[in-house]
Structure formats: structure tokens, C-alpha cells
Design a protein around this ligand. Structure first.
Ligand code: CIR
Length: 269
């Protein structure tokens, strides 16, 4: 794996799986039994892969009363210059942010999303200086406006994106290179992403649009081999990880980490 020089010291913050995971929030899928031991083994393998791909992994402890705490992506948006501490749309998840804010404050200046704003990190897709933000039940207009205000001085622009039939924007579309998105066109329209190359998921694998890019490697759930082949066909190096158990909690591979450069960067000249 070749990491771009700006990525040369990547941090991945993760959070251990809570024993309460079986009581997680569910919106679009029915509740199924989750094998906690298997979920933990899959999560461990995911962390090992992050480490093998060059990330320094910091794992926060689980909180027994925070069922969805493992889905740490939703609690913050960490940019090169600043970290936005989210205010999750699900009330049950609001307590998750405190420990994440404390951890991330080692690396970044923090800005909090305040009421009445709500924002889930899973709704924010960063492509260069564009922040595509899902219009979902979890992220409202006030949350998007606060994100825009906190980041405009660094040259970012927020673009709202409508999303249907899935939880978060990044359930429907993620970036696999600087200029390529992996997309489920049934859940989000590709029209918003002008100038970017779109790779569609295999239609038989609706949850396959969630991929996690680390440098020029792509982490992808092992349950979606047909979509994986599409990524390999355009020359990407895909690392499949078994992710079946957390998928039953409506989580994917991006959800389980916050990835950012160790060195904060100032505004561009
Ligand atoms: C929730 O509903 O909040 C969790 N059960 C799943 C969160 C998944 N996070 C993500 O897609 N970023």
C-alpha cells in the first residue's frame, strides 16, 4: 500500500463493542440475533487491518449503556483543520460524543454542533473541499448550517444531498479514490456529484456502497464479492473484512472508525 505523503501518519480512533449492542437503534432493517463474540472478532480483525494499512489505532472503551457506541463515525467529522463534534439525530446516541470529543481534542480544535442542530458523521462525505451532507432523519438543516459555518474559513463548501431508503448518506455512497465514488443509485442520485466518476454497486448487494478508503487501499465488507469485483476491475486494491454481525446493527465499514492525519493542518494559503 502506498500512502500519500499527507497521510503518512494516520490515526484511527475506534470504540469497543458494548454488551448492549443487541439493543441498538434500527431503522430500515428488522431486528435479528447478533452474536456478540463474533461481532467482537470481526471488529478486532477490522482494527488489525487498519493497523496493517498504516493507521495508529486508538480504541476507546465501550460504555455498557451506549448500545451503538462502536459506530464512532457518527460522533464526529474530523477534517485536516478542525473536528466537528456531532449531535446525533438519535437521542439514545447523544451520550456517545463526550468521550470521543476528549480523545479527538488531542489532535484537533473542536467545534460542537448545538441544538437544535442534529448531525451524524455517517451523513458527511468529504471529497476534497466539498462536504456532501445527507438530508436524513439523523441530520437536519440546522446541523448542516452549523457544519458549513464551522468549516467555511478553511475553504469547505457544504452541499445537501437527498437520500432515500437508507440510514445515512454513506450507506448510499462513499469515496474510493480522490475522484471516484461507489454508489447505490437507488438510494442517492448520482447527479449531485458532477465531475466525479461513479461506480455502481452490484444491484444484488444494496448495502455494498459503504467502503472505507485508506490511502490507495479500500476496505470493504466481505459479504459483497460482486461489488468488490467491480472495484478491482477499475484497478483498486480491495481488502475484504467479514462484517456480517455489525451489519445486523445497520453499520458498515466506515462507521467503525474515525480516520484522520495525526498532524493538524492550517488553512490553505
Ligand atoms: C444507528 O442506527 O445509529 C446504528 N444502529 C447504526 C449506525 C451506523 N453508522 C453509520 O452508518 N455511520
Amino acid at each position: 500500500v502506498t500512502l500519500r505523503s499527507s497521510d503518512s501518519r494516520l490515526v484511527a480512533v475506534t470504540r469497543a463493542i458494548s454488551p448492549a449492542l443487541v439493543h441498538c437503534e434500527l431503522t430500515h432493517i428488522p431486528r435479528q440475533p447478533i452474536d456478540l463474540a463474533k461481532a467482537r472478532a470481526q471488529h478486532d480483525a477490522y482494527e488489525h487491518l487498519l493497523s496493517d494499512l498504516g493507521c495508529a489505532v486508538t480504541r476507546l472503551p465501550a460504555a455498557p449503556d451506549m448500545a451503538d457506541g462502536v459506530f464512532i463515525e457518527d460522533t464526529a467529522v474530523v477534517l485536516d483543520e478542525v473536528a466537528i463534534i456531532a449531535r446525533p439525530g438519535a437521542v439514545s446516541r447523544r451520550a456517545e460524543v463526550a468521550a470521543v470529543a476528549t480523545a479527538v481534542s488531542q489532535w484537533r480544535m473542536l467545534v460542537d454542533i448545538e441544538p437544535p442542530g442534529t448531525l451524524d458523521g455517517g451523513d458527511v462525505l468529504v471529497v476534497g473541499r466539498t462536504l456532501y451532507v445527507g438530508e436524513t432523519a439523523r441530520t437536519n438543516a440546522a446541523g448542516r448550517d452549523q457544519l458549513a459555518k464551522a468549516t467555511e474559513e478553511f475553504g469547505y463548501e457544504v452541499r445537501p444531498v437527498s437520500v432515500t431508503d437508507c440510514l445515512h448518506l454513506k450507506s448510499a455512497v462513499t469515496a474510493v479514490t480522490d475522484e471516484t465514488l461507489l454508489i447505490n443509485p437507488l438510494w442517492v442520485s448520482g447527479n449531485v456529484f458532477d465531475g466525479l466518476r461513479l461506480v455502481e454497486i452490484d444491484p444484488g448487494e444494496p448495502f455494498a456502497a459503504n467502503a472505507l478508503r485508506i490511502g490507495d487501499a479500500v476496505i470493504h465488507a466481505a459479504e459483497f464479492p460482486k461489488t468488490r469485483r467491480r472495484l478491482e476491475q477499475i484497478g483498486l486494491r480491495v481488502y475484504p473484512v467479514p462484517a456480517s454481525e455489525l451489519a445486523k446493527a445497520e453499520g458498515g465499514v466506515t462507521c467503525c472508525s474515525l480516520i484522520f492525519t495525526a498532524q493538524p493542518q492550517g488553512p490553505r494559503p
